[in-house]
Design a protein around this ligand. Structure first.
Ligand code: GLY
Length: 418
C-alpha cells in the first residue's frame, strides 16, 4: 500500500514539485482540522504561508470530548520528565495565547485560572499522591500537601473521608469546544482555506510529499503537508511505511453535568478542578464558570470504539460519588466518548519526517489541549525554517524511525527555548 521513502536534504517549501495546472495549491496543507491542525494552520498563516486545511468537520475531533485541564503538574507521570518541559512551556504560553486568540476570533475560550486539587480517598491513594508529590518537588514544581480537613476547607462538597491532597495553584483549565471554535474563526480570518472533505491519500511526487487526494476526487497540491489527523494519523494511504506515525487511539468516556448556581454570597458547588485516583483509575471534575461540570475519564484500549457504555458511565459516577457525594443530585447533560491519539512514549510527534515535504503534528495523547499553544509555535517554526526549535527536538518523529530526518537547506540554529 505504501511507497518507499527516499531521504533527501531538502525540506524547504520552495523545492516542492510545481503545482498541477488548474489545481489548488497551498504552501502548507494541513490534514486534520482538530485543535492541533487548526493551531498549526493559524500560526502558519500568521507567518505569511498560504495555508489550507482538509477536514470534513473542522473544529471537531478529540477536543470536542476533552475536559480541558491544563494539568502539567498534577498529570505528571514517571518517565515523562522531557514531556513535562514541553507541557510547562505551553502552560506558560496560555495567558498570551488566550489574549491573542480571543482578539483574533472575537470569541472567549474559557481560560480559567482556577488551580487544581488532587485528593486521596484512602491510604493507598494517599501513598500514591505522596509519591507524586515527591516527584513534583524533585522536578522543581509548585505543589503543596494538604490534610483532608484543609482540602474540605477549600472545597466543602468533598466527602468527609478525603485523606489529604495536593494543592496545585498553577494547573488551570480552558474550554476545548470554545478553543476549537475560536481557532476555526481565527483561521478563517487569517485566510486559511478549508476543504470540507476527507483526505483519501497523501500524494508523493519525485520523492517528496506533494499534496493530497480527497474523497471527492479533488487533488490538492502543496509545498508542505502537515499530518495532524489525531488518532487517524497512522491510517492515511500513500504515507510511506517508514514515516507512518505509530499513533493508536485510547478511548475516553466523559460526562457533562450541570451545577446549581451558587447562592448569593455563597460558595460554588466546586470552585477548582478536583482530581483523584479511585481504585487505581484516574478521575477528574472540571467546573466551568457557566455551570458545566465535566467528569472524566475512562482510559480504554479498545481500538476505534467510541461507544458510551453503561459500565463506563456507572464507574465514573460511582467513583465521583465517593469523592463528591452531592454529585448524584446534578442533572446529567451529556455523555460522550472520544479517542486520544497516543504514541509509544505518550509524547507528541512534531515536525519534519524523513519524507521531504511531510511534517507531523500528532500523538498528543492526554495533553492535546495543554500543548496547543506550543504546538502552533513549534510547527510554524518548523514550516518556515525546516527545523524544530531546540526544545522541541526530543519530539521529532524520527525518534521512532531508523531513517534520519532530512537536513534543512537553510539550517538555522535557534537559541531560544520553546
Ligand atoms: N488529560 C485528561 C485525559 O486525557 O483524560
Amino acid at each position: 500500500m505504501h511507497s518507499s521513502v527516499t531521504p533527501s536534504t531538502a525540506t524547504s517549501s520552495t523545492s516542492a514539485a510545481p503545482p498541477p495546472p488548474g489545481g489548488q495549491h497551498a504552501d502548507v496543507l494541513v490534514i486534520g482540522g482538530g485543535i492541533i491542525g487548526l493551531v498549526t494552520a493559524w500560526r502558519a498563516a500568521g507567518r505569511g504561508l498560504r495555508t489550507a486545511v482538509v477536514d470534513p468537520a473542522p473544529g471537531g475531533g478529540a477536543a470536542h470530548i476533552a475536559a480541558g485541564m491544563l494539568a502539567a503538574v498534577t498529570e505528571l507521570h514517571y518517565g515523562e520528565q522531557t514531556l513535562l518541559g514541553l507541557n510547562l512551556a505551553s502552560a506558560r504560553r496560555y495567558p498570551d495565547f488566550t489574549a491573542e486568540l480571543e482578539e483574533a476570533s472575537g470569541r472567549r475560550i474559557g481560560y480559567r485560572r482556577c488551580g487544581t486539587l488532587a485528593v486521596a480517598l484512602d491510604a493507598d491513594d494517599r501513598a500514591l499522591l505522596r509519591e507524586l508529590h515527591a516527584l513534583q518537588l524533585r522536578s522543581g514544581l509548585d505543589s503543596e500537601w494538604l490534610t483532608g480537613r484543609e482540602c474540605r476547607r477549600l472545597e466543602p462538597m468533598l466527602a468527609p473521608g478525603v485523606r489529604g491532597g495536593l494543592r496545585v495553584d498553577g494547573d488551570h483549565q480552558v474550554d476545548p469546544r470554545r478553543l476549537a471554535g475560536a481557532l476555526l474563526i481565527a483561521c478563517e480570518r487569517a485566510g486559511v482555506v478549508f476543504h470540507r472533505a476527507s483526505a483519501e491519500r497523501l500524494t508523493v511526487a519525485r520523492g517528496r510529499a506533494s499534496g493530497a487526494e480527497l474523497a471527492d476526487g479533488t487533488r490538492l497540491s502543496a509545498g508542505q503537508v502537515v499530518l495532524a489527523a489525531g488518532s487517524r494519523s497512522g491510517q492515511l494511504a500513500g504515507v510511506p511505511d517508514a514515516v507512518l506515525p505509530p499513533v493508536r487511539p485510547v478511548k475516553g468516556q466523559v460526562l457533562r453535568l450541570r451545577m446549581p448556581a451558587p447562592p448569593a454570597g455563597g460558595a460554588a458547588f466546586l470552585s477548582r478542578t478536583v482530581r483523584a485516583v479511585v481504585r487505581g483509575g484516574p478521575l477528574y471534575l472540571v467546573p466551568r464558570e457557566n455551570g458545566e461540570l465535566v467528569l472524566g475519564a475512562t482510559s480504554e484500549e479498545l481500538g476505534w470504539d467510541t461507544t458510551v457504555t453503561a459500565g463506563g458511565v456507572y464507574e465514573l459516577l460511582r467513583d465521583a460519588h465517593e469523592l463528591l457525594p452531592g454529585i448524584t443530585e446534578l442533572p446529567l447533560a451529556e455523555t460522550c466518548a472520544g479517542l486520544r491519539p497516543t504514541s509509544p512514549d505518550n509524547a507528541p510527534l512534531l515536525g519534519p519526517t524523513a519524507l521531504p515535504g511531510l511534517q507531523l503534528a500528532t500523538g498528543h495523547f492526554r495533553n492535546g489541549v495543554l500543548l496547543t499553544p506550543v504546538t502552533g509555535d513549534v510547527m510554524a517554526e518548523a514550516l518556515t525554517t525546516g527545523e524544530l526549535p531546540a526544545a522541541a527536538r526530543p519530539f521529532s518523529p524520527t525518534r521512532f524511525s531508523a531513517v534520519p530526518a532530512p537536513v534543512p537547506q537553510r539550517a538555522r540554529v535557534l537559541e531560544e527555548s520553546v
